[in-house]
Design a protein around this ligand. Structure first.
Ligand SMILES: NC(=O)c1ccc[n+]([C@@H]2O[C@H](COP(=O)([O-])OP(=O)(O)OC[C@H]3O[C@@H](n4cnc5c(N)ncnc54)[C@H](OP(=O)(O)O)[C@@H]3O)[C@@H](O)[C@H]2O)c1
Length: 324
Protein backbone atom coordinates (compact mmCIF):
# COMPACT_ATOMS: atom_id res chain seq x y z
CA UNK A 1 0.00 0.00 0.00
CA UNK A 2 1.26 3.51 -0.75
CA UNK A 3 -0.07 7.04 -0.52
CA UNK A 4 0.08 8.45 -4.01
CA UNK A 5 -1.20 11.36 -5.98
CA UNK A 6 -4.70 11.52 -7.30
CA UNK A 7 -6.00 14.47 -9.25
CA UNK A 8 -4.03 17.64 -8.45
CA UNK A 9 -3.63 18.05 -4.72
CA UNK A 10 -5.68 14.99 -3.79
CA UNK A 11 -3.92 12.09 -2.08
CA UNK A 12 -5.20 8.56 -2.62
CA UNK A 13 -4.01 5.20 -1.30
CA UNK A 14 -3.41 2.33 -3.65
CA UNK A 15 -1.95 -1.17 -3.82
CA UNK A 16 1.34 -1.34 -5.66
CA UNK A 17 3.92 -4.06 -6.30
CA UNK A 18 6.64 -3.80 -3.64
CA UNK A 19 10.01 -2.68 -5.06
CA UNK A 20 12.65 -5.36 -5.58
CA UNK A 21 15.71 -5.34 -3.35
CA UNK A 22 19.09 -5.08 -5.15
CA UNK A 23 22.27 -6.78 -3.85
CA UNK A 24 23.46 -3.70 -1.90
CA UNK A 25 19.99 -2.68 -0.77
CA UNK A 26 17.71 -3.37 2.15
CA UNK A 27 13.94 -3.54 2.10
CA UNK A 28 12.42 -1.54 4.92
CA UNK A 29 8.97 -1.90 6.47
CA UNK A 30 8.15 1.79 6.87
CA UNK A 31 6.61 2.56 10.26
CA UNK A 32 6.63 6.34 9.97
CA UNK A 33 7.40 9.09 7.47
CA UNK A 34 7.09 12.87 7.63
CA UNK A 35 5.79 15.78 5.58
CA UNK A 36 7.96 18.13 3.58
CA UNK A 37 7.25 21.14 1.38
CA UNK A 38 8.54 19.13 -1.58
CA UNK A 39 5.71 16.61 -1.01
CA UNK A 40 3.25 19.48 -0.99
CA UNK A 41 4.62 20.83 -4.28
CA UNK A 42 4.73 17.34 -5.79
CA UNK A 43 1.06 16.65 -4.94
CA UNK A 44 0.22 19.99 -6.58
CA UNK A 45 2.04 18.92 -9.75
CA UNK A 46 4.71 21.60 -9.28
CA UNK A 47 7.74 19.45 -8.38
CA UNK A 48 8.12 16.29 -10.45
CA UNK A 49 10.03 13.42 -8.80
CA UNK A 50 13.58 12.94 -10.08
CA UNK A 51 14.38 10.15 -12.57
CA UNK A 52 14.30 6.65 -11.11
CA UNK A 53 11.98 7.62 -8.25
CA UNK A 54 8.26 6.69 -8.07
CA UNK A 55 6.57 9.59 -9.83
CA UNK A 56 3.33 9.36 -7.87
CA UNK A 57 4.41 8.40 -4.34
CA UNK A 58 5.69 11.31 -2.25
CA UNK A 59 7.78 10.88 0.88
CA UNK A 60 11.39 11.95 1.41
CA UNK A 61 12.17 10.32 4.75
CA UNK A 62 11.29 7.29 6.77
CA UNK A 63 11.87 5.23 9.88
CA UNK A 64 11.16 1.53 10.03
CA UNK A 65 12.43 -2.02 10.36
CA UNK A 66 14.66 -3.98 8.02
CA UNK A 67 12.56 -6.65 6.30
CA UNK A 68 14.94 -8.12 3.71
CA UNK A 69 18.66 -7.99 2.96
CA UNK A 70 20.25 -7.84 -0.50
CA UNK A 71 22.86 -10.52 -1.28
CA UNK A 72 25.87 -8.30 -0.45
CA UNK A 73 24.45 -6.48 2.58
CA UNK A 74 26.70 -6.58 5.65
CA UNK A 75 25.64 -3.64 7.83
CA UNK A 76 22.18 -4.82 8.86
CA UNK A 77 20.16 -7.78 9.98
CA UNK A 78 16.44 -8.34 9.66
CA UNK A 79 14.41 -6.31 12.25
CA UNK A 80 17.13 -3.67 12.74
CA UNK A 81 15.64 -0.20 13.22
CA UNK A 82 16.67 2.24 10.50
CA UNK A 83 15.85 5.76 9.33
CA UNK A 84 16.97 7.86 6.42
CA UNK A 85 16.38 10.00 3.40
CA UNK A 86 14.58 8.84 0.27
CA UNK A 87 14.46 10.60 -3.06
CA UNK A 88 10.73 9.89 -3.00
CA UNK A 89 8.42 6.95 -2.41
CA UNK A 90 8.59 6.92 1.39
CA UNK A 91 4.85 7.30 1.88
CA UNK A 92 4.51 3.58 1.41
CA UNK A 93 4.46 0.48 3.58
CA UNK A 94 7.80 -0.62 2.10
CA UNK A 95 10.78 0.95 0.39
CA UNK A 96 14.25 -0.13 -0.65
CA UNK A 97 17.39 1.86 0.01
CA UNK A 98 21.14 1.36 -0.31
CA UNK A 99 22.38 -0.26 2.89
CA UNK A 100 24.90 2.56 3.43
CA UNK A 101 22.30 5.28 3.03
CA UNK A 102 20.30 3.94 5.98
CA UNK A 103 21.09 5.25 9.47
CA UNK A 104 20.58 3.30 12.72
CA UNK A 105 17.72 4.73 14.77
CA UNK A 106 19.31 6.22 17.91
CA UNK A 107 18.62 4.28 21.11
CA UNK A 108 15.46 5.28 22.93
CA UNK A 109 13.73 6.90 19.95
CA UNK A 110 10.37 5.68 18.69
CA UNK A 111 9.72 5.48 14.95
CA UNK A 112 7.65 8.68 14.89
CA UNK A 113 10.48 10.77 16.32
CA UNK A 114 13.07 9.00 14.17
CA UNK A 115 11.07 9.79 11.02
CA UNK A 116 11.14 13.48 11.95
CA UNK A 117 14.95 13.60 11.92
CA UNK A 118 16.45 12.95 8.46
CA UNK A 119 15.27 15.84 6.26
CA UNK A 120 15.32 18.51 8.95
CA UNK A 121 18.53 17.58 10.70
CA UNK A 122 20.61 16.35 7.76
CA UNK A 123 19.63 19.43 5.74
CA UNK A 124 20.45 21.79 8.60
CA UNK A 125 23.69 20.03 9.63
CA UNK A 126 24.97 19.69 6.08
CA UNK A 127 24.23 23.38 5.38
CA UNK A 128 25.51 24.80 8.66
CA UNK A 129 28.46 22.57 9.45
CA UNK A 130 29.68 20.72 6.34
CA UNK A 131 29.13 23.52 3.83
CA UNK A 132 28.69 26.62 6.00
CA UNK A 133 31.73 25.86 8.20
CA UNK A 134 29.92 26.93 11.38
CA UNK A 135 32.18 26.89 14.42
CA UNK A 136 31.90 27.78 18.11
CA UNK A 137 31.22 31.50 18.35
CA UNK A 138 29.71 31.83 14.86
CA UNK A 139 26.71 34.15 14.79
CA UNK A 140 24.03 32.44 12.72
CA UNK A 141 20.79 33.86 11.31
CA UNK A 142 18.06 31.24 10.83
CA UNK A 143 15.06 32.41 8.82
CA UNK A 144 11.70 30.68 9.52
CA UNK A 145 13.25 29.32 12.69
CA UNK A 146 10.04 27.59 13.85
CA UNK A 147 10.04 25.34 10.77
CA UNK A 148 11.19 21.72 10.70
CA UNK A 149 14.64 22.64 9.40
CA UNK A 150 14.77 25.78 11.59
CA UNK A 151 14.05 23.98 14.87
CA UNK A 152 16.75 21.46 13.94
CA UNK A 153 19.19 24.24 13.07
CA UNK A 154 18.76 26.14 16.34
CA UNK A 155 19.62 22.97 18.28
CA UNK A 156 22.67 22.33 16.08
CA UNK A 157 23.88 25.88 16.74
CA UNK A 158 23.66 25.24 20.50
CA UNK A 159 25.43 21.89 20.09
CA UNK A 160 28.31 23.56 18.26
CA UNK A 161 28.56 26.58 20.55
CA UNK A 162 27.31 28.97 17.89
CA UNK A 163 24.90 31.81 18.59
CA UNK A 164 21.62 31.64 16.69
CA UNK A 165 19.20 34.46 15.90
CA UNK A 166 15.87 33.29 14.50
CA UNK A 167 13.22 35.05 12.46
CA UNK A 168 9.59 34.17 11.88
CA UNK A 169 6.21 35.68 11.14
CA UNK A 170 4.24 34.12 13.98
CA UNK A 171 4.66 35.47 17.53
CA UNK A 172 3.31 32.32 19.21
CA UNK A 173 5.75 30.11 17.33
CA UNK A 174 8.64 32.41 18.23
CA UNK A 175 7.56 32.16 21.87
CA UNK A 176 7.92 28.37 21.57
CA UNK A 177 11.36 28.85 20.00
CA UNK A 178 12.39 30.97 23.01
CA UNK A 179 11.09 28.22 25.29
CA UNK A 180 13.51 25.91 23.49
CA UNK A 181 16.37 28.12 24.68
CA UNK A 182 16.84 30.57 21.83
CA UNK A 183 16.50 34.06 23.33
CA UNK A 184 17.13 36.09 20.18
CA UNK A 185 14.14 36.03 17.87
CA UNK A 186 12.93 38.68 15.47
CA UNK A 187 9.26 38.87 14.48
CA UNK A 188 8.75 39.84 10.84
CA UNK A 189 5.22 40.96 9.95
CA UNK A 190 3.45 42.96 7.26
CA UNK A 191 3.42 45.92 9.65
CA UNK A 192 7.05 45.40 10.61
CA UNK A 193 8.74 43.84 7.58
CA UNK A 194 12.23 45.15 8.27
CA UNK A 195 14.55 42.88 10.20
CA UNK A 196 18.06 43.83 9.03
CA UNK A 197 18.52 46.70 11.50
CA UNK A 198 17.34 44.55 14.40
CA UNK A 199 19.80 41.79 13.45
CA UNK A 200 22.59 44.36 13.19
CA UNK A 201 21.72 45.69 16.66
CA UNK A 202 21.78 42.15 18.07
CA UNK A 203 25.25 41.61 16.57
CA UNK A 204 26.57 45.04 17.73
CA UNK A 205 26.64 46.31 14.17
CA UNK A 206 28.85 43.55 12.81
CA UNK A 207 26.20 41.36 11.16
CA UNK A 208 25.97 37.57 11.12
CA UNK A 209 28.68 35.15 9.98
CA UNK A 210 26.33 32.59 8.49
CA UNK A 211 22.72 32.57 7.28
CA UNK A 212 20.49 29.51 6.99
CA UNK A 213 18.05 30.96 4.48
CA UNK A 214 14.87 28.89 4.28
CA UNK A 215 12.79 31.68 2.72
CA UNK A 216 14.63 33.42 -0.16
CA UNK A 217 12.34 35.76 -2.13
CA UNK A 218 12.08 39.39 -1.15
CA UNK A 219 13.77 38.72 2.20
CA UNK A 220 17.11 38.36 0.41
CA UNK A 221 18.10 42.03 0.11
CA UNK A 222 17.66 42.60 3.85
CA UNK A 223 19.42 39.33 4.61
CA UNK A 224 22.47 40.46 2.66
CA UNK A 225 22.31 43.83 4.41
CA UNK A 226 22.73 42.23 7.85
CA UNK A 227 25.58 39.87 6.93
CA UNK A 228 29.13 40.43 8.21
CA UNK A 229 32.05 40.88 5.78
CA UNK A 230 33.18 37.57 4.24
CA UNK A 231 30.18 35.74 5.66
CA UNK A 232 28.21 32.94 3.98
CA UNK A 233 24.58 32.60 2.97
CA UNK A 234 23.28 29.03 2.65
CA UNK A 235 20.21 29.16 0.42
CA UNK A 236 18.12 26.13 1.37
CA UNK A 237 14.46 27.05 0.88
CA UNK A 238 12.34 29.45 -1.15
CA UNK A 239 9.03 29.71 0.70
CA UNK A 240 8.98 33.50 0.17
CA UNK A 241 9.70 33.21 -3.56
CA UNK A 242 12.12 31.84 -6.14
CA UNK A 243 13.44 35.14 -7.46
CA UNK A 244 14.78 38.27 -5.82
CA UNK A 245 16.57 41.56 -6.38
CA UNK A 246 20.13 41.00 -5.19
CA UNK A 247 22.13 44.04 -4.04
CA UNK A 248 25.22 42.96 -5.94
CA UNK A 249 27.32 45.93 -4.82
CA UNK A 250 26.91 44.78 -1.21
CA UNK A 251 27.68 41.15 -2.13
CA UNK A 252 30.85 42.32 -3.86
CA UNK A 253 31.88 44.88 -1.23
CA UNK A 254 31.43 42.49 1.70
CA UNK A 255 32.99 39.60 -0.26
CA UNK A 256 30.03 37.36 0.56
CA UNK A 257 29.68 33.69 -0.34
CA UNK A 258 26.24 32.50 -1.49
CA UNK A 259 25.76 28.73 -1.70
CA UNK A 260 22.60 27.04 -2.98
CA UNK A 261 22.02 23.53 -1.75
CA UNK A 262 19.59 20.64 -2.05
CA UNK A 263 19.74 17.07 -0.79
CA UNK A 264 17.30 15.38 -3.14
CA UNK A 265 19.21 16.04 -6.36
CA UNK A 266 22.49 14.58 -5.12
CA UNK A 267 24.15 11.45 -6.48
CA UNK A 268 23.89 8.29 -4.39
CA UNK A 269 27.57 8.49 -3.39
CA UNK A 270 27.08 11.99 -1.98
CA UNK A 271 23.98 10.93 -0.06
CA UNK A 272 25.81 7.94 1.37
CA UNK A 273 28.73 10.16 2.43
CA UNK A 274 26.49 12.59 4.30
CA UNK A 275 24.44 9.78 5.87
CA UNK A 276 27.56 8.00 7.16
CA UNK A 277 28.99 11.17 8.71
CA UNK A 278 25.62 12.13 10.19
CA UNK A 279 25.27 8.69 11.80
CA UNK A 280 28.71 9.02 13.39
CA UNK A 281 28.76 12.66 14.40
CA UNK A 282 25.16 13.78 14.97
CA UNK A 283 22.85 10.80 15.56
CA UNK A 284 24.41 9.89 18.97
CA UNK A 285 23.20 13.24 20.35
CA UNK A 286 19.57 12.10 20.00
CA UNK A 287 20.23 9.17 22.32
CA UNK A 288 21.63 11.51 24.98
CA UNK A 289 18.81 14.05 24.54
CA UNK A 290 21.08 16.92 23.44
CA UNK A 291 19.16 16.94 20.17
CA UNK A 292 15.41 16.37 19.87
CA UNK A 293 13.17 15.77 16.91
CA UNK A 294 10.47 18.44 17.18
CA UNK A 295 7.18 16.79 16.24
CA UNK A 296 4.20 19.09 15.73
CA UNK A 297 1.75 16.22 15.23
CA UNK A 298 1.71 12.51 14.50
CA UNK A 299 -1.19 11.41 12.31
CA UNK A 300 -2.20 8.18 10.55
CA UNK A 301 -1.14 8.21 6.93
CA UNK A 302 -4.76 8.26 5.77
CA UNK A 303 -4.81 11.84 7.10
CA UNK A 304 -1.97 13.02 4.85
CA UNK A 305 -4.21 15.40 2.82
CA UNK A 306 -5.39 17.30 5.93
CA UNK A 307 -1.86 17.34 7.31
CA UNK A 308 -0.59 18.81 4.02
CA UNK A 309 -3.21 21.55 4.28
CA UNK A 310 -1.91 22.50 7.74
CA UNK A 311 1.63 22.61 6.34
CA UNK A 312 0.52 24.81 3.45
CA UNK A 313 -1.24 27.14 5.91
CA UNK A 314 2.03 27.48 7.91
CA UNK A 315 0.30 26.20 11.05
CA UNK A 316 2.99 23.68 12.00
CA UNK A 317 5.86 23.99 14.48
CA UNK A 318 8.57 21.49 13.64
CA UNK A 319 7.63 18.33 11.76
CA UNK A 320 4.40 16.52 10.95
CA UNK A 321 4.81 12.74 11.11
CA UNK A 322 2.72 10.13 9.29
CA UNK A 323 2.46 6.67 10.84
CA UNK A 324 1.39 3.35 9.42
N1 LIG B 1 17.44 22.27 0.00
C1 LIG B 1 17.06 21.17 0.65
O1 LIG B 1 17.66 20.10 0.53
C2 LIG B 1 15.87 21.26 1.56
C3 LIG B 1 15.58 20.21 2.45
C4 LIG B 1 14.50 20.38 3.34
C5 LIG B 1 13.73 21.54 3.28
N2 LIG B 1 14.04 22.49 2.35
C6 LIG B 1 13.27 23.73 2.26
O2 LIG B 1 13.49 24.48 3.44
C7 LIG B 1 12.32 25.24 3.75
C8 LIG B 1 11.89 24.90 5.15
O3 LIG B 1 11.47 23.54 5.16
P1 LIG B 1 10.70 22.97 6.43
O4 LIG B 1 10.30 21.58 6.15
O5 LIG B 1 11.50 23.25 7.62
O6 LIG B 1 9.42 23.92 6.36
P2 LIG B 1 8.14 24.02 7.31
O7 LIG B 1 8.35 23.28 8.58
O8 LIG B 1 6.97 23.71 6.49
O9 LIG B 1 8.13 25.59 7.68
C9 LIG B 1 8.23 26.56 6.73
C10 LIG B 1 7.88 27.90 7.41
O10 LIG B 1 8.26 28.94 6.53
C11 LIG B 1 7.53 30.09 6.90
N3 LIG B 1 7.01 30.71 5.68
C12 LIG B 1 6.08 30.21 4.85
N4 LIG B 1 5.82 31.07 3.84
C13 LIG B 1 6.62 32.13 4.06
C14 LIG B 1 6.80 33.36 3.38
N5 LIG B 1 6.11 33.68 2.27
N6 LIG B 1 7.71 34.24 3.88
C15 LIG B 1 8.40 33.94 4.99
N7 LIG B 1 8.26 32.79 5.70
C16 LIG B 1 7.38 31.91 5.22
C17 LIG B 1 6.39 29.64 7.82
O11 LIG B 1 6.74 29.95 9.15
P3 LIG B 1 6.20 31.28 9.90
O12 LIG B 1 4.99 31.76 9.19
O13 LIG B 1 5.96 30.81 11.26
O14 LIG B 1 7.33 32.26 9.83
C18 LIG B 1 6.44 28.13 7.67
O15 LIG B 1 5.95 27.45 8.79
C19 LIG B 1 11.29 24.87 2.69
O16 LIG B 1 11.35 25.82 1.66
C20 LIG B 1 11.77 23.52 2.18
O17 LIG B 1 11.34 23.28 0.87
C21 LIG B 1 15.09 22.38 1.52
Amino acid sequence: MAAGEGPRGVAVTKDITPPTCGPDEIRVAVKASALNRADLLQTMGLYPAPKGVPADIPGLEYAGEVLELGARVTRWKVRDRVMGLASGGAWAEQLVTHEREAIAVPAGLDFAHAAAIPEAFITAWDALVLQGKMTAGSQVLIHAVASGVGTAALQLCALHGARAIGTGRNADKLERVRAMGLPDTVLVTKDQPSFAERIKTLTHGRGVDLVLDLVGGDWLAQTIDCMAPQSTLMLVGLVAGASADVPLRTVLGKRLTIIGTTLRARALEEKIAVARRFEQLVAPHFATGRLQAIVDATVPFSEAPTALERLAANETFGKTVLTW
